[in-house]
Write a protein that binds this ligand. Structure first.
Ligand SMILES: Cc1cc2nc3c(=O)[nH]c(=O)nc-3n(C[C@H](O)[C@H](O)[C@H](O)COP(=O)(O)O)c2cc1C
Length: 213
């Protein structure tokens, strides 16, 4: 039985456009994989710890091969509680609204908590970074009110899909479904944009179902 972790990146609940596409993808996936186990992690309602100085010290201690002690050890334990839930999944679904060109800050906090040496990545000075996740896959839904790929710079720039794609590959995830529902606000044909995004979600779910154990 496969386990999916749905990471909710929009705080807009029932108003969220990315959630509409994610829900469709999830429904289509569940049709094909009725035993799919789904863990929903709503970044706006989960009590994520701050990534503060102790967390940074814990990360740097582990990278340097040092011993964790006292507050820094506690910080590392807080981090690994977050990473364990993440690494337990086989497949990830992210909703990623564009916020000021990039990703919402709660999602960045989550990534900062997750991105730990020996868990999600390895490093050595000769080869650089390597992703440590094996056999996992992801789907990400990207929304933006105004931006859409191919528009002139006055309509914005994509640091959300590009950043997520970089990060997913950095942790070892190569199988990535990119679902775009863009633009959600500035469209002269809003129904066509939505309908294309929903169809893409169905097709992506079909491909994902073939991948999952
Ligand atoms: C804080 C904030 C920043 C935003 N920044 C951008 C932006 O840089 N470019 C853009 O095209 N839309 C931007 N938007 C619009 C959202 O990306 C758009 O409403 C999208 O549908 C949000 O996804 P959601 O409906 O799942 O929350 C922003 C919205 C908010 C609330």
């Amino acid at each position: 039985m496969s386990k999916l972790l749905y990471v909710v990146g929009s705080p807009r609940g029932g108003e969220s456009r990315s959630a509409v596409i994610a829900d469709r993808y999830l429904a289509a996936l569940r049709d094909r994989l009725p035993d799919l186990e789904v863990d929903v992690l709503d970044l706006w309602h989960e009590a994520l710890p701050e990534f503060d100085g102790d967390k940074a010290a814990a990360k740097m201690t582990v990278i340097g091969g040092g011993n964790l002690a006292g507050r820094v050890r506690t910080a590392w334990e807080d981090i690994t509680a977050v990473t364990s839930r993440f690494t337990a999944a086989d497949h990830y679904l992210f909703t990623v609204p564009m916020w000021n060109g990039g990703i919402p800050y709660r999602l960045k906090l989550y990534i900062d908590l997750l991105m730990q040496p020996g868990i999600l990545f390895g490093f050595n000075p000769q080869d650089g970074y390597t992703g440590l996740l094996k056999g996992k896959s992801a789907a990400a839904v990207y929304t933006s009110g105004v931006y859409q790929p191919g528009m002139p710079p006055a309509f914005g720039a994509d640091f959300h899909a590009s950043y997520m794609d970089y990060w997913l590959r950095a942790i070892g995830i190569e199988q990535i479904e990119t679902l775009r529902y863009q633009p959600t606000l500035r469209s002269t044909e809003p129904e066509a944009v939505l309908s294309a995004a929903l169809s893409a979600a169905d097709a992506a779910a079909q491909r994902t179902a073939l991948l999952l154990p």
